[in-house]
Design a protein around this ligand. Structure first.
Ligand SMILES: [Zn+2]
Length: 84
């Protein structure tokens, strides 16, 4: 039994940590793994949304549209990860 082809480990270094696409990658601070531009952007937006949802919840504001947007983004990231 083979334990994976030679060189596959090195190549995985050059793939996005979410979608697995070999592309130009960016290292995000505080994160293991590198992400491609579109995954990194989506992740940054979803983190920003999470902060806004927290702030809105604390101040008693309506969060429905923020939560919907957050769910939509999370779904998109998940689908990208699954298609990798
Ligand atoms: Zn990606």
């Amino acid at each position: 039994m083979l334990c994976g082809p030679k060189g596959s480990e090195r190549r995985s270094d050059l793939k996005c940590g979410i979608c697995g696409r070999p592309s130009e990658l960016f290292e995000l601070p505080g994160r293991a793994g590198k992400l491609c531009l579109s995954c990194g952007a989506d992740l940054a937006i979803s983190e920003q949304l999470a902060i806004e949802i927290d702030a809105a919840t604390l101040s008693g504001q309506e969060t429905k549209s923020l939560v919907a947007e957050f769910a939509h983004l999370s779904q998109r990231l998940l689908e990208r990860a699954q298609s990798a």
